[in-house]
Design a protein around this ligand. Structure first.
Ligand SMILES: [Zn+2]
Length: 399
């Protein structure tokens, strides 16, 4: 599972070896110098472990900062994308609005020209009317007065009168039509002018929106850059802490190995290792070299099997530890001698205590889901010189 555990195992190994020797003291009589050397070793180990733990804490904090910073950056990047597409849309709208304004202004120009034409016509019609009333027009047509004065009889006069009236009516209608057309055109022009005003307001608003969006987008861009450089800085700090931890880790492993070599277990297993669960039950859910549910490399065998199923000692040995660990939950480590040990994690119960000598096949605990676990299963490790090796190279698969 995690390598933190390696330290615990090795450390326990050294201490239990010490206890084993202390226990054996009933027969061998303990040497006080030896006990003092165990205490000194323990304090050195404790110091290294505390330093490693502090570095691990720092790394964890940095990882969460990195992840928060990356999340934030991804959100900011989304926001920026949205703002940029908004800017694009606004630009399109602004250009459409400008086109529309151009068209409206052209129409106003046309309306103005038409109005001028109508005004000319009205003026001309009026002049013609007045001229007709007075005298012969310059185009040669007779004036109304002349037409009436040239009447030869009453009936001729009346008939001329009728014609004059009709002509006057025609001029009047003509003038009125021009006038009506002019008024319509003026109304249209007013509407067009109003439209231009509205369009100008819209355009102003669009320009303002665009400016705001551009400002926000550039703020998002600089915030994004800051987050990126924060992430890089955290990553550098993390790498540093990791390197320091690796160094201390190597130092501790080396030190513990030397202690373990000095205090080898009382029991040395000679037989083959056995499947640590009832044969034919359970399912292998993760093998050595796979990934655990958290995506971390897995150097053990996971067997999902019902709660309370007995866990068997895989070989003869001495229980190094049977206690609690934040990741492993209730777990047991058995030292089989010759640098070999096995580990059983996530137990629901422990049937042995540190120092117990066990025979292969003895029930040492029950399956559970304690510690970092997502369901009832046995997490089984085999270690050679403290290094986790593939359990299936030692035990015959029992499911
Ligand atoms: Zn596991």
């Amino acid at each position: 599972m995690n390598k933190k555990f390696k330290k615990i195992v090795l450390r326990t190994a050294s201490l239990v070896s010490a206890f084993a020797i202390m226990g054996a003291s009933f027969m061998l009589a303990p040497d006080e110098t030896q006990l003092r050397s165990y205490a000194a070793a323990d304090s050195k180990v404790q110091k290294l472990e505390d330093d490693i733990k502090a570095l691990e804490k720092t790394q964890k904090e940095l990882l969460s900062k990195i992840s928060a910073s990356k999340n934030e950056a991804s959100q900011v990047s989304q926001t920026k994308k949205y703002l940029d597409s908004l800017i694009y849309t606004l630009e399109t709208k602004i250009s459409t609005s400008n086109e529309l304004m151009k068209e409206l202004n052209l129409k106003i120009d046309e309306a103005n020209a038409d109005i001028k034409v109508r005004e000319e016509e009205i003026k001309k019609t009026n002049e013609k009317f007045i001229a007709r009333l007075r005298m012969a027009h310059e185009d040669g047509s007779a004036s109304y007065i002349e037409m009436l004065l040239e009447a030869e009889s009453i009936s001729d006069f009346l008939s001329r009168m009728e014609r004059v009236n009709a002509m006057l009516e025609y001029d009047k209608t003509l003038k009125e039509n021009y006038q009506a057309e002019k008024e319509t055109l003026e109304k249209e022009k007013d509407n067009l002018t109003l439209s231009v005003q509205l369009q100008q307001e819209t355009l102003q608003k669009l320009e303002q929106d665009k400016k705001d969006a551009e400002k926000q987008s550039s703020q998002a861009a600089s915030y994004y850059n800051k987050l990126q450089s924060d992430t890089a800085a955290y990553q550098a700090q993390y790498n540093k802490a990791k390197a320091e931890e690796d160094k201390l880790d190597a130092e501790l492993t080396k030190y513990l190995k030397s202690i373990q070599e000095q205090n080898s277990s009382q029991v040395t297993a000679t037989g083959e290792y056995m499947w640590p669960l009832p044969v034919g039950k359970g399912v292998i859910t993760c093998t050595y070299g796979g990934k655990d549910p958290g995506g971390r490399p897995h150097y053990a065998l996971d067997v999902a099997i019902p709660y309370g199923t007995p866990i068997y000692a895989s070989n003869d040995g001495t229980v190094l530890t049977a206690s609690w660990h934040s990741s492993y939950g209730y777990y047991i480590v058995i030292d089989h001698g010759n640098g070999m040990s096995t580990l059983y994690a996530h137990c629901s119960s422990l049937a042995v205590t540190a120092g117990t000598q066990v025979k292969k096949g003895a029930t040492i605990g029950g399956v559970g889901s304690t510690g970092y676990s997502t369901g009832n299963h046995l997490h089984f490790e085999v270690r050679k010189g403290g290094v986790r090796v593939n359990p299936l190279n030692y035990v015959k698969k029992g499911v």
